[in-house]
Design a protein around this ligand. Sequence first.
Ligand code: TYM
Length: 335
Amino acid sequence: RPRILSGAQPTGALHIGNWLGAIRNWAELQHSHETFLCVVDLHAITAAHDPIELLKNTRTTAALYLACGIDPEHSTVFIQSHISAHSELCWLLNCVTPLNWLERMIQFKEKSIKQGNNVSIGLLDYPVMMAADILLYNADFVPVGEDQKQHLELARDIAQQRINSRFGNPEKPIFKVPQALIMKEGARIMSLSDGRNKMSKSDPDINSRITLLDNPDLVTKKIKRAKTDSTIGLEFGNPSRPEADNLLTIYAILSGKGMEVASLECAEMGWGTFKRILTEAIVSALHPIQTKYKELMNDPKYLDDILRKGSLKACMVADETLGRVQDALGFLRKE
Ligand code: TYM
C-alpha cells in the first residue's frame, strides 16, 4: 500500500481550513494508504511560544486528529519530538541545502516580515525539518493544503538533487521522492475577515477563523461578522468577490451538497439567508467532532496509549531511514 505522511502544528486549536484542506483528506486516505500523522511540535517553536500553551495544544491537536475521524487502527499517530530522528535528519539535510533555497520560501518571507528582528534560524529552517519529517517515512504522498506546495517542492529537490543524486545510486535511491496531494476543493480556505487572506491560526483577529472547538454561539457570531459584499446571490470564481467564493465553498463542502448543488441553491440568495444556512451547516458538521473530542479529553490514558504506540511504530521506520542516510553520508556506525 502506498504510504502517506502529514502533520499539523500545535499552535492553537485547529480551524476549519486545516480540516477542509488537509485533515478530512487524511481521514479518507487512511483506508487505502499506510498512514503516518504527526503533531509537529518542533515546528511550533519556530516562532516565539508559550511552553504552557505548547503542552496543552500538543494534546489538543492529537485529540482533534482522532475526533476528526483519524482511526488509530488505520493510522500511526505520534508526536514529532518523540522521534529524535527528525532532528538528526534535519541536521544532515541542513548541511546539503543551499541557504538561498530557504530564503526564497514564500512562507518564510511572509512570516519574517511580520517578525522583524525576531526571526529565528528555526523559522528559516522550517522547511528542512518538514523535509526530514516526510523523507524519514519514505512517504509516497503528502496530503496538505495548497500553502504547503512550495515546501513539498523543496523536500523533493533536497531528496533528489542533494541526496539521491550525490550519495545514492539510481537503482537504489536513498530517499523516496514524495508527491504533494492537494484537494480539488477546500485546499485554500480564506479568512472570514478578508477573502484575500488565508485562514490562519496565527491571525491575531480571532473572528477571522472558525476553530473546530467553537461552540454554536461563537460560530453564529463569527459568521454574522464575516465580511460580505453588496451583491445579492452567491457564486464561485468571481475574482472581485473572494468572500462569496470562500463562504460558498465552505457551505458546499460542509453541507455535503457539493459545488454544483450549492451554487444553484444560493445563486439568488441574500446574504442574511445564506449566513443562516451556512451557520447551520458549520454547527452540525462540528457537532460530532466536538462530542468525540470531549470524550477523548476525559480519557487521557487512552490518548497517551495511542501516542505511545504511535511513537514505537514511527521510531522503527524513522531509525531505519536515518541509518541508511548516515551510512550513505559516511558516518561510522556505532557498534
Ligand atoms: P499547519 O499546522 O499550518 O497546517 C496543517 C494543514 O492544514 C493546511 N491548511 C489549510 N488548508 C486549507 N486552507 C487553509 N486556510 C489552511 N491553513 C492550513 C496546511 O496546508 C496543512 O496541510 N508545515 C505544515 C506542517 C508540517 C507538515 C510536515 C505537513 C510539518 N511537517 C510534513 C506535511 C508533512 C503546516 O504548516 O501545518
